[in-house]
Every structure is written in C-alpha cells, then in structure tokens.
Design a binder for this molecule. Sequence first.
Ligand code: NDP
Length: 277
Amino acid sequence: MKTVTLPGGETVPAFGLGTWNIGDHAATRADELAALRAGLDAGATLIDTAEMYGSGRSEQLVGEAIAGRRDQVFLVTKVLPDNAGRRAAVAACERSLRRLKTDRIDLYLLHWRGGVPFAETLDAFAELKAAGKIRHYGVSNLDLADMHEWWSRAGGAATACNQLLYNLTRRGIEFDLLPWLRERRVPVMAYSPLEQARLLAHAGLRRFCARYQMTPAQAALAWLLAQEQVIVIPKSASVARVQENLSAAEIRLDAGQRAELDALFPPPTRARPLEML
Ligand code: NDP
C-alpha cells in the first residue's frame, strides 16, 4: 500500500475508507460493516468519518467495524464548526470517542470554517492533544486565505492535513492551494474522489477506460494516487466495489495516459473559489 507522510514523519495509507451516508439504515448496516472490514483487511486502514454523518451513526458503525483491531487503524473524524469553540470542541471530541468506542482519535479535523475564531479551535485541539485524546489535528474545506489565517495562529503550523474536494472534475486546488500545502508538507485528503459516483458516467472517461482495461472508478482513483502527498477516501458500502477501488492502488498511469486525462479534464489556469460539497 502506498503511504503518505504526515508533517511529523508518521506514515499513513494513501488509500482510506469514506463513511458519509454509512450507518443510517438498519437494512444496509451488515453490508456497510462488511465493506469497511474488507477494506481494512486489504490494507486500507485509514477510516474517515465525522460527528455530522448521520448525527453520529456513522461514527457508531465505524466503532463497530474497528472493534478488536483499533491499533491497526488510523482513525479520522471531524468536529462541526458550531462545536469548534474552546469548551465545545473538547465535549464534541469526547462524544465522538464514546461513539467510536476508543480512547483516541488519530486525526481530528475542523469540518469547515464557521463563526468560531480559529485561535479558539486551535486551543481546544492543543488541549485534546495534550490529554492524548487526539494524536494529530487538521482542517477541511479551508481555502488559501483561510489557510494563511489558520497557519498564523498559535499551533496552526502543526496542521497534519487539509481534507478537500478533489477529483478529475474538481481540479481548482491545483492552481494555488495544493502547491502551498505541498511546500509545507501538509497532505491533501481528497474527498468525493469519485464525485459521488457522477464521474463514473463521464463518456470520455469511459472511452479512456475501455482502451486501458480499467474501470472509471479505478482510473479516477489511480489518477489521484499518482500524485504526491494525496490520500484518497472513496466511500463504498459494497465489498466488491471496495475491492475494485482498492485495485486502483496497483495501477500506474503512464505519462501518456495522464496527458489524455489532462485533455479530458483540464487543469486550472487561474485561481478559482474553493469548491465544496
Ligand atoms: P465518493 O466520491 O467516494 O463516491 C461515493 C459514491 O460512489 C457512493 O454512491 C458509492 O456507492 C459509489 N461508488 C463507490 N465505488 C464505486 C465503484 N467502484 N463503482 C460504482 N460506484 C461506486 O463520495 P463521498 O462524498 O462519499 O466522498 C468520500 C468520503 O469523503 C465521504 O464518504 C466522507 O468520508 C468524505 N467527505 C468529506 C467531506 C468534507 O466536507 N470534509 C465532504 C464529502 C465527503 P456504493 O456505496 O453503493 O458503492
């Protein structure tokens, strides 16, 4: 499994498992658990969740999926902006820990920017880290201006990741934010790497895949995995699709194939507002 190095030197798998819309329905719970466990078995030992997902139901399901194998997993969850205040973030983290049935979160992210001053959130993250409740912290959906501000606050430069919308159809961050993060060795965690499955119907991508004997999901993920310091976190509630997605880690796109994808999905030529879902 390809790995990505966090700023402090720890390595994590470049392939993780997303969990948005997982854990919401009793009827699909067994399949979702099986899909998460299949991913873990195959080495995708990074799991991304959030207190927001299903109002905590996703975290509960993740807690079940990692039972008995907590030490093999790099667990990522997120605090809602409304809960990101000094005391509120500490309380939110403790609720997440209970739902996840663990004593620590490996990476705790601010889900997106809200009204709470960054300094307060960073104070809470520092307190949680000192108490051993989180091992690393980071952000999500912060654009370049937000990153400048976050970075200038005490503790901001210890940020371990920015989780961002990034896939073949959403390349805006390549213009400025991605290079800025790379210079500081902060990995990008690419969310909705399949554009929530919409990308898979793209006619040009399908033609490309037919020529190279890969599926659209594999091509989309292999393209992201070809980049330095990018972690992908596709979500699937199906064992077969998790396995299909994971096999993207075996695909090495050559320069010609990457150029074809650039022609289909052109990189940005100017700064664009950060996109989010
Ligand atoms: P994805 O781009 O991962 O797409 C998920 C969708 O694609 C699901 O409908 C899934 O269906 C389908 N799918 C997965 N694999 C395949 C395949 N091989 N063939 C066909 N369909 C497939 O979207 P997400 O929005 O879920 O993003 C991934 C994760 O990123 C989230 O789950 C969440 O953890 C995180 N995220 C973070 C955000 C943030 O603001 N920080 C925002 C959005 C997402 P099925 O399950 O039936 O396979």
